[in-house]
Design a binder for this molecule. Structure first.
Ligand SMILES: Nc1nc2c(c(=O)[nH]1)N[C@@H](CN(C=O)c1ccc(C(=O)N[C@@H](CCC(=O)O)C(=O)O)cc1)CN2
Length: 309
């Protein structure tokens, strides 16, 4: 048997369309500010794609490009002015930052109500307590993909490979909130392949090209590949050996065209959600509220975007 391919590009396009319809129904244009410090090649592409997608969906989006030598104090001042700007609903600082800037201090400086990345400690704590507010975009996108794939989450054994603050930890919190029996596996986990082989749902987010091979996969499992690795010949590849996994997995995301496009769609969703809350629109319904897999955390997860008025 061959695994079903979960088409993240198409699912993200549908989500962006839903969000655009909701934005068009609002009496205001939600504002999104994205800050890029330096000229990291991949970050430059991601920020350009965010800007395009945000504008296409009807957001009032702007990108603030700062030189790599920007001081931490100057970046903090930029964030403060965006925190104070009533037209800005969402603020995102593209990561990674240059090494002389303390990422933690920057994330803490963002108004949690405008933190559309969901990285501020207040938002992290809310998610950990099972009452998520603004949820990190990549894990949020993964939940959408699991739903679209028709994967049963409640009661399933989920293994998250990787424990980063951006993906692994919030991913595990979301799966737990959706009633999966959730394990975080990492570089120190004993018998890593055995651990992964127990998973009905395997989320690979380690950042090592093709690390997950066919013998790590439980036959029929849903495999979500969050890895984006560039091989020496310039090819983009995930953390899962896709070709080898195909005959064993039940469903699998490709790289590119899997999780990546969902990250950007969920950023738009978070911006709409943040705008609705800040501007006092009645929250309810949402692009992701329609997702049964998230019912247990409905109303708080993903976009409780304002209803059209
Ligand atoms: N402030 C943040 N920084 C970073 C985040 C984040 O969520 N917030 N995530 C990643 C990068 N990222 C978004 O910023 C991102 C990565 C990849 C994609 C994507 O669409 N990938 C495509 C392939 C693109 C390519 O050719 O390189 C795909 O997978 O199909 C979107 C967003 C780190 N930084």
């Amino acid at each position: 048997m061959t695994a079903r391919i979960i088409d993240g590009k198409a699912i993200a396009a549908a989500l962006r369309e839903t969000i655009a319809t909701r934005i068009a129904a609002q009496p205001y244009r939600p504002g999104l500010a994205v800050i890029l410090v330096g000229e990291d090649a991949a970050s430059t592409v991601y920020v350009r794609n965010k800007d395009r997608a945000a504008k296409a969906a009807g957001l009032n989006a702007s990108t603030i490009r700062l030189p790599a030598e920007t001081s931490q104090a100057s970046l903090l001042a930029t964030i403060q002015s965006l925190n104070d700007d009533p037209d800005i609903d969402g603020i995102l600082v593209q990561l990674p930052l240059p090494p002389h800037i303390a990422t933690d201090a920057i994330i803490r400086a963002i108004d949690p109500a405008k933190d559309v990345d969901g990285f501020h400690p207040d938002n992290v704590a809310a998610l950990a307590l099972g009452a998520p507010s603004l949820v990190p975009c990549t894990p949020s996108g993964v939940m959408h993909l699991l739903h679209a794939a028709g994967t049963n989450i409640s009661g399933a054994r989920a293994v998250v490979l990787g424990r980063s603050n951006i993906v692994g930890r919030p991913m595990a919190a979301l799966l737990l909130a959706a009633d999966a029996t959730t394990t975080i596996a990492h570089s120190r986990t004993a018998n890593l392949p055995d651990e992964c082989r127990r998973a009905d749902i395997l989320i690979a987010a380690v950042g090592r090209a093709n690390m997950v091979t066919a013998d790590w996969i439980n036959p029929g499992a849903t495999i979500i590949d969050v890895g984006i690795n560039r091989t020496p010949d310039g090819t983009l590849t995930g953390d899962v050996d896709f070709a080898a996994a195909l005959p064993t997995a039940g469903a699998i995301t490709p790289v590119p065209g899997g999780v990546g496009p969902m990250t950007i769609a969920c950023l738009l969703d978070n911006t709409l959600l943040a705008a609705g809350r800040r501007r006092g629109s009645k929250a309810g319904g949402s692009s992701s509220g329609a997702i049964p897999a998230m019912k247990s955390i409905a109303g708080t997860f993903g976009s409780s975007a304002p209803e059209p008025r």
